[in-house]
Design a protein around this ligand. Structure first.
Ligand SMILES: *Cc1c(COP(=O)(O)O)cnc(C)c1O
Length: 387
């Protein structure tokens, strides 16, 4: 049946956004600042190579946008976690050296090799399997993870020492790495214990083989001192704006800014409660603004009654529970002109006190968790670098 012609008084037809992306909440990502953060980290790392960790879609900020900008800035080595991430990264970076932190997916060994992805192996079984393949098809570049204190992925130091040059026939060991458990606690004794264990082990590994590059530090480890740099450092979260040097002012530039739109202003005069669970009580006259950001967008529900929204530099406390799509903030006493519906307010970043690190601390978590928890709904707007 033919549809009736559209009434022109309705204006242009609405656009359905792919994947339910909404312009009523937005995530503004400054790619130029990611590049300058990398440059700063490279400078701090001195002669060590500064790689970039872009796992989990570059911590939720969009690997396909972020990685080419880092490559343009001069970054040549990248780390993904899953094979799927590495394959996607290879599509955007045809030349880069790409490591897979999750190592070898045995069923996909051919795919890994074909895409020139370098698995970071963490077991004798993986070494044996890939070496056997390498002896058939030609030497396969690999990394090796050694566990010096995480009890997560990696060979035990003794296990690593037992690997002989002959076991590695068919492999080219390009990188030996380990990972710090307490890098974000600079005073923790475990840092120097792990560093020492790693440093002592290195000269004893694979006698007779060329010396591979070595790596220990992620973002925070870079700032523990040059003795933690080895040949390569592997920052992730610092690239995206978190402070890697705790106890010092943040030398990284802010990258991500989360904003929501004011949907309604409510003037109330009778005593009442706000939101789910009735956790906030208004006793006298008050003005409440309802903002189109909720925990589905990645704003932590733990910031119920604790977070802030910023109207420019004016700060309005979150009152009541953060719900899935909305939060309520108390704007009593603010100039009415500043808080009209349709205004975008900052809830993370934007040069306000709601910096990424502060939001994470208030929510009782780490900035990694805040970034990777950002929802798919906010429209991503990219600034800087070739846009
Ligand atoms: C995620 C990860 C990194 C990056 O850590 P950041 O704290 O984000 O800098 C480095 N190395 C390994 C092994 C990782 O898993």
């Amino acid at each position: 049946m033919a549809r009736a012609p559209r009434n022109p008084a309705l204006g242009p037809p609405p656009q359905a956004a792919a994947g339910f992306v909404s312009g009523d909440c937005r995530l503004i990502i400054d790619l130029g600042k990611i590049a300058s953060n990398w440059r700063r980290l490279q400078k701090t790392a001195g002669r060590a190579v500064c790689a970039a960790v872009v796992k989990a879609d570059a911590y939720g900020l969009g690997m396909a946008k972020v990685a080419p900008v880092l490559a343009d800035a001069g970054c040549t080595v990248f780390f993904a976690a899953h094979l799927a991430e590495g394959l996607a990264l290879r599509q955007v970076l045809p030349k880069a050296e790409i490591y897979l932190l999750h190592g070898l997916t045995p069923a996909a060994a051919a795919q890994t090799v074909e895409a020139r992805l370098i698995p970071v192996l963490h077991s004798r079984g993986d070494i044996d399997a890939l070496a056997a393949l390498g002896r058939r098809i030609g030497r396969i570049p690999v990394g090796l993870q050694i566990d010096t204190g995480m009890t997560r992925l990696g060979l035990e130091p003794d296990e690593a020492l037992s690997v002989t040059a002959r076991d590695c026939d068919g492999l080219e060991i390009k990188l030996v790495m380990s990972h710090l458990a307490c890098g974000d606690e600079p005073q923790h004794a475990k840092n120097s214990d792990q560093r020492r264990a790693f440093a002592v082990l290195l000269p004893k590994l694979f006698p007779g083989l060329p010396r591979p590059r070595t790596s220990l530090a992620a973002s925070h480890g870079i700032f523990l001192g040059p003795e933690y740099h080895f040949d390569m450092v592997r920052p992730g979260v610092a690239l995206y704006g978190a402070n890697p040097h705790l106890g010092h002012p943040n030398a990284m530039e802010e990258v991500a800014r989360l904003q929501g739109k004011v949907l309604q202003i409510r003037d109330v005069d009778t005593p009442r409660t706000v939101g789910y669970g009735a956790t906030h009580r208004l006793n006298g006259p008050a003005r409440i603004a309802t903002v189109s950001i909720g925990y589905a967008d990645g704003y932590p529900r733990a910031l119920s009654n604790r977070g802030f929204a910023y109207f420019g530099q004016m700060r309005a406390p979150v009152v009541g529970r953060v719900s899935m799509d909305l939060m309520t903030v108390d704007v009593t006493g603010m100039p009415a002109a500043a808080i009209v519906p349709g205004t975008f307010v900052d809830v993370i970043g934007g040069g306000t006190d709601a910096a990424l690190d502060r939001i994470a601390a208030l929510a009782g978590t780490v900035p990694h968790d805040i970034l990777t928890g950002l929802g798919r709904r906010p429209e991503r707007i990219y600034l800087g670098c070739g846009e």
